[in-house]
Design a protein around this ligand. Structure first.
Ligand code: PEP
Ligand code: MG
Length: 889
């Protein structure tokens, strides 16, 4: 028999925190909390395996599930002394989803389940509070109606709105028990007429309906989108948690809240959270009422903190905070309910946090001895560092404040105002910077939030959907900007005495909660403090070096600042696009013969020499891999008449001749055409010029006492051993010439890119002529898959969406196929030359999963774009630790 159901609470703890794959995060942690004697209402978890079985069997449950659920429910009844469906003392339960990793707001929840026309009377009598009983019943019909039965939630809200108008009140809380009773009657009528059948009265039917809805929600479109954005496989499934209800909505001595054991925005070690008196959990998350702070310290004028309103319970909660952090050794995100002055824990999980908070928490926990340094390095998600490497508002810049809300997720962003998520996605796809402005966001807005540079909501707190999701995505967000009133119909947002329209530019600062009109100047980040500390720890733990792909002094300097240990790829062709040079480059490729090319190359030589000298100086003494000309020549061809005329004049040729030559140079398949070492073989003078510029530049770089650079000259697109033999001989010949002319010698090496499958498969032969290999995984992916780098964007996203490929192989290396070629090449290369130096310089060099693969293959270094250098340093350390990183940051 398979065990599908695990009990927790009241002495029946069958789960543990480390069973999250089976029980989901919520279920595993409820059991764990109960086992360390925290007050957890009893309940049970139906496993993720059941979810998988349910989908595998055409959405049918296995036969033995029913009996296991009944037995677990009986344990809950015994523990709380109530019976499910009992007309006098009814047990009510919540039914919630809980996947392995948290997917905030992505799946469905039903509260107060077990209420019907009879049990509501029992609840009313037992609690002595008819208002509470009827309010709970209407909440149940509303949630069950929309989540399980699929009734539009606006329909329910309309009924409440008209009840308030009839009663002459503005707040839900001012409605009397009789009003709620009337609302319940209208709800039931509306559901009946919408669905053609009455609202289910049988608690058993209700329970199975809710369980089915949670499992069903695993495959709903918003859950699918969330999984795609966060790399969560559909096969993981969700668990379902059924738990005895506790009530935060029984009066002024009741409350519900969400808190973090440290500040999730900054990481500061303070207790941080929000609560609502007389409310149920979903009220806080939905951002319907504005919650109040937990601690007195955080309360603004007019706010009443929990510390003041419920001091004894607050003390209990503070103790729980310490217990949980010490137990889990990580910052926790906690949900709790207070029923008549008694605290209950409903959830704990590792809290989502910004990159800055993630760093600070990891460093401070290591410094206080709660975790060790290795663990601190493991804790920070390398990809999240991206958030820290981007600009913030220039403190000196002028600005016009239009509203101030909550600093929900840090970072600054400027963009045009867009009020709906579909439009945000559409305009962002066209390259427009977008700020999504909403009254509040819901899971339906995920794609718009992802597309936006920043998010502003006019309602909701620090734990509202917008705030939680934005922090997870690393988008700057201001929530609860009450000074702005959004008019979706008119596409305007009146604020601070003026009207901002859709399409106008605004700027937001997610670290302060401020929103400004127009764009505000930004400044580069300072990488000190916790960042520097963690990076130093990471550097001490990694084996692979981290270099950068750079060809301009600015990029090289940025990369050095970020800790690059040399250049892994200088794409020399990028140096040719400068307006001062492109004309000469065109003359070179359009020249009729070698003599014509040499004239043009002589003009390029001084430019290239200075380029290399500058790079070598910046990289003082570090290895620099300079790749000789690689791209298909068509990339340099003149496009317009005027450009053709310029080339003709420069070469002293007839315009028609040049036009014809341009036509001849066009290729049907340039990526597989006359490029890479094939150019160096057809036109040796090109590689000769470049080699000369490198050696002369290297010598020049040392002239004013600078450290001697270590040029590594790299030949692109090698497919055969002979190609490398020929091109290498050219380079060696030039080196000898320059050394003789100048009377100076410098150390250098000559190696090759491995970026064609044939090169990988014959790497043992190629290694005979190579001092190093650098894996060009962009071209290797292109050629291994037969997939054009320039055209894949049209269909690859669909491949990923349909699961044909797990990830975009140009972003994260395809370990199975392209990775196999890398492995073969590495092994064959080493078989010929033990200790042959190897690195990677394709885009994958900055991708944490690919970096882990490089560690496994034993590469010596990774090379990536300057802004990814810190990401790579941390990922390389985690790779060395054998860590996979985590998804919490
Ligand atoms: C590669 O192919 O991986 C590479 C680094 O070279 P490029 O992107 O310039 O073709
Ligand atoms: Mg390439």
């Amino acid at each position: 028999m398979t065990k599908w159901v695990y009990s927790f609470g009241a002495g029946h703890n069958e789960g543990r925190a480390d069973m999250r794959n089976l029980l989901g995060g919520k279920g595993a942690n409820l059991a764990e909390m109960a086992s360390i004697d925290l007050p957890v209402p009893p309940g049970f978890t139906i496993t993720t395996e059941l979810c998988t079985a349910y989908y595998d069997n055409g959405r049918k449950y296995p036969g033995d599930l029913d009996a296991q659920v009944t037995a677990a429910l009986t344990l809950v009844e015994e523990a709380v002394g109530l019976r499910f469906g009992d007309r006098d003392h009814p047990l009510l339960v919540s039914v919630r989803s809980g996947a392995r990793v948290s997917m905030p707001g992505m799946m469905d929840t039903v509260l107060n389940l077990g209420l019907n026309d009879e049990t509501v009377l029992g609840l009313s009598k037992a609690s002595g509070d008819p208002r509470f009983a009827w309010d709970s019943y209407r909440r149940f019909i509303q949630m069950y109606g929309s989540v399980v039965l699929g009734v539009d939630h606006h329909r329910f809200e309309e009924i409440i709105e008209s009840a308030k108008i009839d009663a002459g009140v503005t707040e839900d809380t001012a409605l009397s028990p009789e009003h709620w009773q009337q609302v319940v009657a209208e709800y039931k009528e509306m559901v009946h007429s919408d669905l053609g059948k009455p609202f289910p009265q049988d608690p058993g039917e209700q329970l199975w309906g809710a369980i089915g809805a949670v499992f069903g929600s695993w495959m709903n479109p918003r859950a699918n989108t969330y999984r795609r954005l966060h790399d969560i496989p559909a096969s993981w499934g969700t668990a379902v948690n059924v738990q005895a209800m506790v009530f935060g909505n029984m009066g002024a001595d009741c409350a519900t809240g969400v808190c973090f054991t440290r500040d999730p925005s900054t990481g500061e070690d303070i207790f941080y959270g929000e609560f609502l008196v007389n409310a149920q959990g979903e009220d806080v998350v939905a951002g319907i009422r504005t919650p109040q702070p937990l601690s007195k310290l955080r309360a603004k004028p007019g706010e009443v903190s929990m510390e003041e309103a419920l001091p004894a319970v607050y003390e209990d909660l503070v103790r729980v905070r310490t217990t949980l952090e010490t137990h889990y050794k990580d910052m926790q995100d906690i949900e709790f309910t207070v029923q008549q002055q008694k605290l209950y824990m409903l959830q704990t999980r590792s809290g989502k946090r910004t990159a800055a908070a993630s760093l600070r928490i990891a460093v401070e926990m290591a410094e206080s001895g709660l975790i060790d340094r290795k663990e601190a390095v493991r804790r920070v998600n390398p990809a999240s560092l991206d958030q820290l490497l981007h600009p913030t508002l220039d403190p000196k810049a002028t600005r016009k404040l239009i509203s101030k809300g909550l600093p929900a997720s840090p970072g600054a962003a400027s963009g045009i105002v867009v009020f709906n998520s579909d439009e945000a996605e559409m305009r962002a796809a066209k390259g427009e910077p977008v700020i999504l402005v909403r009254v509040e966001t819901s899971p339906e807005d995920i794609h718009g939030m992802h597309a936006a540079r920043g998010i502003v909501t006019t309602r909701g707190g620090m734990t509202s959907h917008a705030a939680v999701v934005a922090r997870g995505m690393g988008r700057p967000c201001v929530s609860g900007a009450g000074g702005i009133s959004v008019d979706y119909g008119a596409q305007t947002m009146p604020c601070g005495g003026q009207v901002v329209r859709a399409g106008d530019t605004i700027t937001l600062d997610g670290a302060t909660g401020e929103v400004f009109l127009g764009s505000v100047a930004m400044v580069e980040p300072a990488l000190s403090g916790d960042f520097a500390t963690l990076m130093t720890w990471a550097d001490g733990l990694r084996r692979m070096k981290v270099r950068t792909n750079a060809e301009t002094p600015l990029d090289a300097e940025t990369a050095r600042k970020f800790g690059a240990e040399g250049i892994g790829l200088c794409r020399t062709e990028h140096m040719f696009f400068d307006p001062a040079r492109i004309g000469v480059v065109r003359q070179m490729i359009m020249a009729q013969d070698e003599r014509g090319r040499r004239v043009a190359l002589a003009k390029l030589l001084p430019f290239q020499r200075d380029d290399f000298r500058d790079l070598f100086r910046i990289m003082a003494g570090l290895p620099c891999t300079i790749r000789l000309l690689d791209p298909p020549l068509h990339e340099f061809l003149p496009h317009h008449e005027a450009e053709l005329a310029d080339v003709a004049a420069g070469l002293g040729e007839d315009l028609d001749v040049i036009r014809r030559r341009a036509d001849e140079l066009k290729e049907a398949n340039p990526m597989l055409g006359h490029r890479g070492c094939r150019l160096g073989i057809s036109y040796p003078e090109i590689y000769e010029m470049q080699a000369r510029a490198i050696f002369e530049g290297a010598i020049a770089a040392t002239e004013d006492g600078g450290a001697a650079p270590v040029p590594e000259i790299m030949i692109p697109l090698i497919a055969t051993k002979r190609e490398l033999e020929i091109t290498r001989a050219q380079v060696d010949k030039v080196a000898a010439e320059v050394f003789k002319e100048t009377g100076r010698t410098i150390e250098y090496s000559v190696g090759t890119m491995i970026e064609l499958p044939r090169a990988a498969l014959t790497a043992d032969k190629i290694a005979e002529n190579a001092d190093f290999f650098s894996f060009g995984t962009n071209d290797l992916t292109q050629t291994a898959f037969g997939l054009s780098r320039d055209d894949a964007g049209k269909f690859l996203p669909q491949y990923v969406e349909q699961g044909i490929l797990p990830k975009d192989p140009f972003v994260s290396i395809d370990i199975e196929g392209v990775g196999a070629l890398v492995r073969i090449a590495a092994e064959k290369g080493r078989a010929t030359k033990n200790g042959l130096k190897m690195g990677i310089c394709g885009e994958h060099g900055g991708d944490p999963a690919s970096i882990a693969f490089c560690e496994e293959v034993g590469l010596d270094y990774v090379s990536c774009s300057p802004y990814r250098v810190p990401v790579a340093r941390l990922a390389a350390a985690q790779a060395a630790l054998g860590a996979s990183g985590d998804k919490t940051a």
